[in-house]
Design a protein around this ligand. Structure first.
Ligand code: NAP
Length: 358
């Protein structure tokens, strides 16, 4: 067996090699799929299985109205936007598998992707678009009201301008830059913003903390943690506990915004591509989507702890598909990828082709 063939796990003669596998199904993943499909790369999206924390479609599936995605003057439901993006990608021939990738093996070319349920996939290039998940407090009523559109959100920029929050007292939980930024942003709409922070000093950068503290519409509940979220269909208040004395109190609020950090969905990428200390994929070059492994690209919140918007994720999804297309055309050990005239379902390939491709 040649070295290349040996590199193809188990030398499976029927294994199909994908041009590009996109892992993840938020705005970054679907946009990458639309571009890759229209470039005749016949992409495969592995969209992720439903779990308690994440569902196919990503964070927008937990949002109701999205008012800041261009092209929807009346706003658009998050689930509908994701369903439409998927339909658009499928219209150009994107194939979709509902499963989780649990391992990316970069020691072989094509890359070997191991999934939880549906076995292995082989890919010349990979786009990582698994996103990040907002951290939540883990309270039952917080989760219930967040999922039902009951005034609990982990994204002030996404949801803060909704009519339900106008002229209300809104609470922001957290003491980092996000909490400062979100509290300041919410003052445009709110009557008052209460930052609920569990300590007596902020983690945020001084300039952002000072700006928030100087705002007459913002006050801080120091040394306070949320122990319950009140309200049946819509939030009406918070039960707080003083972290020093243990005393409990209730405040009336018309909205709750969590700003206690995000966790990128990169557990399966440790030791595969370079990640920063918080677990985000580090691009190999600024304003490019390539990672530390040639042929693996990243898009969306999985590589962006800063902007974290649906539209920026979609933008980097486009960039990743263009980067993958160019890389496939020029970068695979000098073998250009031949682009068929029409999108076609790739045929299973023979072992000799595997060897030639590797
Ligand atoms: P962060 O810096 O990790 O801050 C998270 C905050 O949430 C901390 O104050 C933490 O409290 C609090 N927290 C965490 N878990 C909690 C829990 N279970 N209950 C109550 N409070 C909890 O996260 P971030 O603010 O999202 O910022 C992430 C990164 O993005 C940072 O590097 C930040 O500088 C950057 N960022 C920059 C900008 C900007 O420059 N415009 C804007 C946003 C974010 P403790 O302090 O007690 O740990």
């Amino acid at each position: 067996m040649s070295e290349s063939a040996a590199n193809t796990p188990s030398g499976d003669a029927t294994a199909r090699i994908e041009n590009v596998v996109i892992i993840g199904s938020g705005p970054a993943g679907w946009t990458a799929a639309v571009y890759a499909a229209r470039a005749r790369l016949d992409p495969l999206v592995i969209e992720g299985g439903p779990s308690r924390e994440m569902i196919p479609g990503g964070q927008l599936m937990f949002t109701t109205d999205i008012e800041n995605f261009p092209g929807f003057p009346e706003g658009v439901d998050g689930q509908k936007l994701m369903a439409d993006m998927k339909t658009q990608a499928e219209r150009f021939g994107t194939r979709v598998v509902t499963d989780d990738v649990v391992e990316v093996d970069t020691s072989v070319r094509p890359f070997r992707l191991v999934t939880r349920y549906s076995g292995e996939y082989f890919a010349r290039s990979v786009i990582l678009a698994t996103g990040a998940r907002a951290n939540w407090l883990g309270l039952h009523n917080e989760e219930r009201l967040a999922q039902s559109g009951g005034g609990v959100s982990a994204c002030a920029v996404c949801d803060g301008a909704l009519p339900a929050f106008r002229d209300q007292v809104l609470a922001v939980v957290g003491g980092g830059d996000s909490a400062m930024e979100e509290a300041t942003y919410l003052t445009k709409f709110a009557r008052e913003v209460v930052i609920v922070h569990r300590r007596d000093s902020f983690r945020a950068s001084p300039i952002m903390a000072e700006r928030a503290l100087a705002d007459p519409k913002i006050r801080v509940a120091w040394n306070s943690e949320v122990v319950d979220v009140l309200g049946d269909d819509f939030i009406t208040g918070l039960r707080l506990r003083d972290t020093v004395t243990g005393a409990e109190s209730t405040i009336t609020v018309g909205g709750l915004f969590l700003a206690i950090g995000h966790t990128p969905n990169t557990g399966f990428l440790k030791g595969v591509v370079d990640l920063d200390d918080a677990g985000y994929v580090i691009p190999a070059e600024p304003w490019r989507t390539g990672t530390s492994v040639e042929g693996i690209f990243a898009a969306g919140d999985v590589m962006d702890a800063y902007y974290r918007q649906a539209v920026t994720a979609a933008g980097t999804g486009c960039m990743a598909a263009l980067d993958a297309e160019r890389w496939l055309a020029h970068g695979v050990e000098g073998t250009p990828h031949e682009i068929p005239a029409e999108p076609v379902a790739s045929e299973p390939i023979a072992a000799e082709s595997v060897a030639a491709d590797s």
